[in-house]
Every structure is written in C-alpha cells, then in structure tokens.
Design a protein around this ligand. Structure first.
Ligand SMILES: NC(=O)c1ccc[n+]([C@@H]2O[C@H](COP(=O)([O-])OP(=O)(O)OC[C@H]3O[C@@H](n4cnc5c(N)ncnc54)[C@H](O)[C@@H]3O)[C@@H](O)[C@H]2O)c1
Length: 254
C-alpha cells in the first residue's frame, strides 16, 4: 500500500472486554494492524495478551478491571499509560446482556445492565478522554453499541439491554461533538447477531428464529467486525466522528 491509511503502527490501543468474544478477536486484528494492545476485563486476560504478543510481534498487557468502577478504571488506565509509555486508541467494548421480560425485571437487574453497558462505557471513555486532553494528544474511540440500539429484538425480552445500547449510540454522538476541538474522534459499531458466548448460550429455539429473520441467514462472526473497528480507529477515518456503523447482515435493512 502506498498510503498505509489503515495502519495502527506505533499506536497503543486499550480494548475492554478483550478476554473473549468480539473483544478478543478484534484485539488480535488491531495487533495485526500494528498496534500494541492493552486488555481491560473483569476476567484475567493475561493468556490472551501473551498470545497476541507472540502471534503479532507487538507489546500486549492485560489488567483485571471492572468498568463499572471508575476508580478501578483510572487505576488501570494510569498503569497502562505508565507501562506502555502512551495511549492512543480505545475499543470500548465490554458489555453484558440480560434476557428477562420487563415485567419481571428487578431494579438490580436493570441497574446491572445499565451499569456495565452505559456507565462502564462512559467511565472508560471519560478516563481515556481526560488522559488524551491532559497530554495534548489526538485519539480515536470506538464504542460497541448494538443493532438493538435501533431495533427491538424478538422474541426475547431485553429492554434493559436495548435501552442501554441506544444510550451508548447517543453518548457516542455527544462525546464526538464535545471533543471535536480536542482532536478526539468517537464512533460506534452496532453489530447484529454475532456468534459469541452471549448469543451461543441463548435458547436454541430463539437462535433458529433469529437466523431465519436475518437476510444473510446466518449470524456474523467477530472477525467480520474487525475491519470496521480498524477503519474507525485509523487515520483512514479522520473526517468521521459521531458515526454509528451497523454491521448486521442486513437485519435492520428489511
Ligand atoms: N454477540 C453479539 O451478538 C453482540 C451483538 C451486538 C453487540 N454486542 C456487544 O459486543 C460486546 C462484546 O460482546 P460479546 O458477544 O463478545 O460478549 P462476551 O460475553 O463474549 O464478552 C464480553 C466480555 O466483557 C467482559 N465484561 C463483562 N462485564 C465487565 C465489566 N464489568 N468490566 C470489564 N469487563 C467486563 C467479559 O468478561 C467478557 O470478556 C458487548 O458490548 C455486547 O453487548 C454483541
């Protein structure tokens, strides 16, 4: 490539929720694009970081971090900045889903989903944004929203998830506008049904119904999200901020 516009060489990227699923796979592709990778996850992702470092010849570290705890997020981000020397990019991806009809949802169920999916995304983005602003650095953030920010999934009840993801989509746009002057771009991806633990452990009858209603007639793979994340993190998208990229095998198109 004459213009290596998708390269992430020389950058350090934080990935939340990188222990497994979308985060783990996309973290590998981010490393393949040249970036050093720091994984923040509730689970110990040391083995993932070691595999990424060995496979892609980049530096990679993992810190156990609960994104719902802003002090813990600050502590991990400080450690990462110190050990890696700098931070440039963020794939803000940790999330959970609860399949429970709204009439049965207890306050604690609602709060848990909103705390991880919305508050967690905000704490991590804010801490990262503060780091960039304090160090007069430009940067790029990609939040993981969902097509559930736009449509309502059936037959399962998941109002807390849908509402939290709609909020992530608008938080993305809000931060994008607030941080234009800082040179910090903020975009989101909105995956459709992607084959990971979240979907794979769901009721098999629902999975059949979901697949029937996807024009592609299959779920997507985490690998099929990597190109969009790299595009939004890289200098290929320097005029793109506040954008939500839906990657759903045409689910929301019909
Ligand atoms: N799989 C799908 O079909 C799909 C579709 C749309 C959006 N998404 C979103 O993609 C993201 C990743 O989902 P996935 O399918 O890979 O799920 P997953 O369950 O396989 O992975 C989620 C990761 O987030 C981590 N995590 C959970 N709570 C955390 C916390 N409080 N602090 C730090 N880490 C935490 C988990 O330990 C896990 O490693 C989520 O935000 C999810 O909502 C998934």
């Amino acid at each position: 490539m004459k213009h290596d516009i998708f390269s992430l060489k020389g950058k350090v990227c934080i990935v939340t929720g990188g222990y497994q699923g979308i985060g783990e796979v996309v973290a590998s592709y981010i490393a393949d694009a040249g970036a050093d990778v720091v994984i923040l996850d509730l689970a110990d992702a040391t083995a993932v970081a070691e595999r990424i470092a060995a496979e892609y010849g980049v530096r990679s570290k993992a810190y156990i971090c609960d994104v719902t705890n802003p002090d813990n997020v600050q502590e991990c981000m400080d450690k990462a900045a110190e050990e890696m020397g700098t931070l440039d990019l963020l794939f803000n991806n940790a999330g959970i889903c609860l399949h429970k009809p709204a009439l049965e949802c207890e306050p604690k169920d609602w709060l848990k989903v909103v705390d991880v999916n919305l508050n967690g995304v905000y704490y991590v983005a804010q801490t990262f944004g503060r780091y960039l602003a304090a160090n007069h650095k430009k940067g790029s953030i990609v939040n993981t929203a969902s097509m559930s920010a736009t449509i309502v999934n059936i037959p399962q009840g998941q109002a807390s998830y849908n509402a939290s993801k709609a909020a992530v989509k608008h938080l993305t746009k809000s931060l994008a506008v607030e941080w234009v002057d800082k040179g910090i771009r903020v975009n989101s991806i909105s995956p459709g049904y992607i084959r990971t633990a979240i979907t794979g452990n769901s009721n098999p009858e629902w999975q059949k119904l979901w697949i029937e209603s996807i024009p592609y007639k299959r779920m997507g793979t985490p690998e099929e999200l990597a190109g969009a994340v790299i595009y939004l993190l890289s200098d290929a998208s320097t005029y793109t901020s506040g954008c939500d990229m839906i990657i759903d095998g045409c689910f929301t198109v019909v």
